[in-house]
Ligand binder design. Sequence first.
Ligand code: OGA
Ligand code: NI
Length: 317
Amino acid sequence: MSSDNGIAVIDLADIDSGPGFKRICEEVAKACEEWGFFHIINHGVDMSLIRRTQKAYKDFFHLPKEEKKKYAMTKVYQGWYSPELYDDSDVKKFPLNIGNTSECLYYIVLSDNPNHETVFSLIPPDLRPTLLEFTKEVAAAQERVLAAMSVALGLDAAALQKRCESIDVGIRANYYPLQTEGKAVGEILPHSDLPAIVFLFSDTVPGLEIRKDGRWVPVKPVPDAFVVNVGDSLEMMSNGRFRSVEHRATGNETEERMSLVSFYMPAKAATIDPIQELLDESHPPQYGSAKYGDMLSALISQRLNGKAFVNSLKIKS
Ligand code: OGA
Ligand code: NI
């Protein structure tokens, strides 16, 4: 099935049956090669949990700015971020490329990092339990999709997850307040995402656009679906077969918009490079090799700039 602009809508309802999984792998392969983006329905993440999570985030974003400032983004790049508040701070260097009227709240929710408990305790208490439950369910769905992607590449179902080693899952809520006339519309500027895969839930308010053959294509919302996209790390691991595509987003003047974005990130120590089994004489490696943590630091220091970062890791032929 595909939505009216050609971006696939993949139904995961029968992912646990042999024929269902095979069909899903074929659809995933096509979507990742052509678009780098697709929708999933019947994704297994409980809708009432999604609604509770949305509500908890909206309650936070609707607080007065003075309250939200208590959770202001720290040097570990977690917390609340609003560009207008950070003119002179080095937090401004964070590569969020977020327009002046948008806000976001970002935390790494799942991690094996021994210091993680301290970070977790920074999450607003009213959000914390729901967010933990939400992130666990989304990460499980991300692993089901990653298994389909692995098989789609001709690998073992566990291959991509294994390559990520111990993962971190970060959730970023982007908030685009209702815009009044004459005020610039909140936005996230063009970028690609560094992680392996990314799930986005933005409900039925449009605003996300992806770059396809040099043109910006709006992603038409599909009710109750997650938008899935290939990250730069997966593009590299798949040796360019799966595409990490540039995207951007805006708010609007008729409805406030909020997106919940789940970043499934390889361990900082994981080596990101083309998977050996995908290489042969006619498929030489297209990318060099780098540790995920080093890629992340480089990205933070360069700021996001379209796909410039992943392209800089390409082997010149
Ligand atoms: C992101 C992103 C798009 C959106 O957070 O990386 O691309 O619709 N967000 O908010
Ligand atoms: Ni993004």
